[in-house]
Write a protein that binds this ligand. Structure first.
Ligand SMILES: Cc1ncc(COP(=O)(O)O)c(C=O)c1O
Length: 435
């Protein structure tokens, strides 16, 4: 098979970088093995240019949901260029961190203090350390995905499949100390009984959860979690790294009017520039002073500036309302075109982050074919179509036409009982060793 420039480079990269890159969900194998345009040269709005200068519209996640203001957003860039000219890291601190803390605390009236770091996973680690420093009981109940750190992956020590029902399946505990065994327990979203059961049994001091991933809370689920946390004196942490600032300015917990004791944000708060935040109540956050939490690069000015500008831009331009409107449109396109040809699909996710699945046994094969055919038509398209304000009506219309043709092809192949004509292997859905 003739490889494109990106795939040739990826083969070489795999020899010197384990797995070829730094993030599982950006690996070619998660989209279109051996074919995906793995690397980009340039990006503007929702358009990306690959190493061969071919351009694509991004309907495959917009930087793993981080870039809802569009790539290379002019307003954010302008502020950052000024920042870089004045120096982005010195012996002294950036005054912007105070301004950013004030913005977060103004949005979240229930919180009194804020801390910042760079990635989502480390922000979760920081929140867990502070919560453990505060809480009498150190065991954790969790729901959802919270990054790659030991405290989280150790859930798979007692049962290899503990994490399978959260976000990523097949995560290995290789390299995770066995000393974490029995410190963290999963519960299921919208299943309050599963949470109460593990709290009663396992001396839980901390509950960490995504307030929403694929489906909305049912039957006052978030309120019930809050009440359980109060009753059993647990620190309640909402991880809004993916859900935050998408459908709702500030985070999905504000929409449902349930306040945690701590909340974590990342990804979209800097429109792709590295910044994450942890906010919380004073009595808990102050415990950060009793434990050692500190890192040089957390003082970098660019992240603070990017986040201040991003949050201001979002507020001024009513961004969340626009994202929801475009996302609803995408969901209705999927629904209508699937119905027209008789294709069985499921649609989930916040409106600003629509998620498409094909309801067939060979869903991965179908999904790979979908990505392959959409790519030919100039679209990066997978199951997740995170929306940005750059996805204007004109671009969505083009996507609609392309999708209509591809859905028709899919149903014809399904009806013929033939194999899907894939040019490479089927995409992966799980963590696998790739080198
Ligand atoms: C809810 C949630 N928590 C934590 C993380 C980890 O964030 P990062 O990849 O920035 O380390 C993610 C990433 O997808 C996430 O969605």
């Amino acid at each position: 098979m003739k490889l494109n420039k990106s795939q040739k480079l990826l083969r070489k990269a795999k020899k010197i970088i384990p797995g070829g890159n730094q993030l599982l969900s950006k690996r070619s194998e998660m989209f279109l093995p051996n074919i995906w345009p793995n690397y980009y040269k340039k990006s503007v709005g929702c358009k990306i240019w690959d190493l061969e200068n071919k351009s694509y519209y991004d309907f495959a996640g917009m930087g793993v949901t981080a870039c809802s203001l569009g790539y290379s957003n002019r307003t954010i860039n302008k502020a950052l260029i000024k920042t870089f000219k004045n120096g982005s890291l010195t012996t002294l601190n950036s005054y912007e961190e105070y301004e950013l803390a004030k913005i977060f605390l103004n949005i979240h009236k229930w919180a009194d203090m804020a801390k910042f770091c760079k990635s989502g996973g480390e922000a979760c680690m920081v929140a867990i350390r502070i919560a453990r420093a505060y809480s009498i009981n150190e065991n954790i109940a969790f729901c959802g995905y919270h990054g790659w750190h030991d405290w989280y992956l150790s859930a798979n020590l007692q049962n290899k499949k503990s994490l399978d029902k959260q976000l990523l399946t097949g995560l290995s505990t290789s390299g995770v100390s066995k000393s974490f065994l029995g410190s963290i327990f999963p519960f299921l979203y919208n299943d309050i009984k599963s949470l109460e059961k593990i709290i009663k049994k396992n001396k839980i001091g901390i509950i960490i959860m995504e307030p929403m991933r694929s489906s909305p809370p049912k039957d006052n689920f978030l309120k019930k979690v809050r009440l359980l946390a109060n009753r059993y004196k647990c620190v309640l942490i909402f991880d809004e790294i993916t859900s935050g600032f998408h459908d709702y300015y500030g985070g999905i917990h504000l929409k449902y009017k349930v306040n945690p004791d701590m909340a974590i944000f990342g990804k979209s708060i800097g429109n792709g520039y590295p910044i994450s935040s942890i906010i919380g109540k004073k009595k808990i956050m102050n415990k950060a002073q009793d434990t050692f939490i500190s890192s040089t690069m957390w003082t970098d000015r660019a992240g603070f500036v990017a986040s201040i500008e991003t949050l201001k831009f979002m507020k001024k331009n009513n961004v969340q309302k626009k994202l929801v409107k475009i996302g609803k449109n995408i969901k209705s396109i999927w629904k209508m075109e699937a119905k027209n040809v008789g294709l069985k699909i499921s649609i989930s996710g916040q409106d600003s982050m629509p998620y498409l699945s094909f309801d067939y046994k060979n869903n991965l094969e179908i999904s790979t074919f979908f990505t392959q055919e959409m790519l030919k038509k100039g679209f990066l398209a997978g199951n997740l179509a995170s929306i940005s304000i750059s996805h204007n009506l004109h671009i969505v219309k083009k996507y609609h036409f392309a999708l209509r043709t591809v859905f028709k092809k899919i149903i014809l192949i399904l009806r013929s009982n033939k194999k899907f004509p894939l040019k490479g292997p089927i995409k992966h859905a799980t963590f696998r060793r790739l080198t």
